[in-house]
Structures are given as C-alpha cells and as structure tokens.
Write a protein that binds this ligand. Structure first.
Ligand code: NI
Length: 136
C-alpha cells in the first residue's frame, strides 16, 4: 500500500462555546477559546490517500485531481469563514480541531478520484493537530 498526501492551507475564525452551558463553564472548559468575539487560526490540512501504484502512470492518483477536490469540497467552503456560522458541513457542530477534521473527512471520503481516503490531518497551530481515519 502506498500513501500519497496533499497539504493545503486555510484561514478561518471560530469560538468554542456551548450555548447550553453558562459563561463560567464555557470559560472553565474552553479557556481563551471561548472569548465572545472569537479568534482566528491558520489551519493546515493534510489529506492522505492510500492505494496501489498504477503501473502505467506510476501514480496512486493524480495529485492535480486531489487538489481540485480539496479545493471545491473543503477550501472554498471554509477559507476566511466563521466556522461557527458560515460552513454548511459544520452546521450545529462545535468547531474543535477534532470535529473540523471529521467534517473534512466526510466532505472528501466519497469524492477521492482514485485509491481511498486514509487520513485527514488537521493542524490548528504548529504544535496541535488531529488525525482522523474514519470510523473503525
Ligand atoms: Ni481556536
């Protein structure tokens, strides 16, 4: 099995806040991430596809096609958006790194041109990232 990864970037804002909790509980659990005005991140997403190398092309898949799918199904929807309010595939979801990674997986899993989606890795900061590999 061979694994091919495309790395992309987007910037977006969010606020970690549960309306069913009071301000104190939100502050305890989410800290600065629950500040009322929200804040932004420079996210990096790495999409990994697993497959066999096509003997004719030498590719698992054409990375131009993967780039195009990520662009249309993810980046166009999240870049420079408010993840709490502006993104249909995150509607009603608390936009933690975990939940955003799962949302991105769902956007892509049925649209991989060749091979199969293996992993979505989402960096919220340089030091914090989440890997999602689908449901077991
Ligand atoms: Ni944040």
């Amino acid at each position: 099995m061979t694994y091919v990864t495309r790395r992309e970037h987007f910037s977006a804002g969010h606020r970690l806040f549960r309306p069913d909790w009071d301000d104190r509980r939100n502050e305890e659990v989410f800290g600065k991430c629950s500040n009322p005005a929200g804040h932004g991140h420079n996210y990096y997403v790495e999409v990994t596809v697993a497959g066999d190398v096509d003997p004719e092309t030498g590719y698992v898949l054409d990375l131009k096609e993967l780039k195009s799918v990520i662009q249309s199904r993810v980046l166009a929807l999240v870049d420079h958006k408010n993840l709490n309010t502006d993104v249909p595939f995150l509607h009603g979801v608390l936009p933690t790194t975990e939940n955003i990674a799962i949302g991105i997986w769902k956007q892509l899993v049925d649209h991989i041109p060749q091979g199969r989606l293996y992993q979505v890795r989402l960096f919220e900061t340089e030091k914090n990232f989440v890997d999602y590999r689908g449901e077991d």
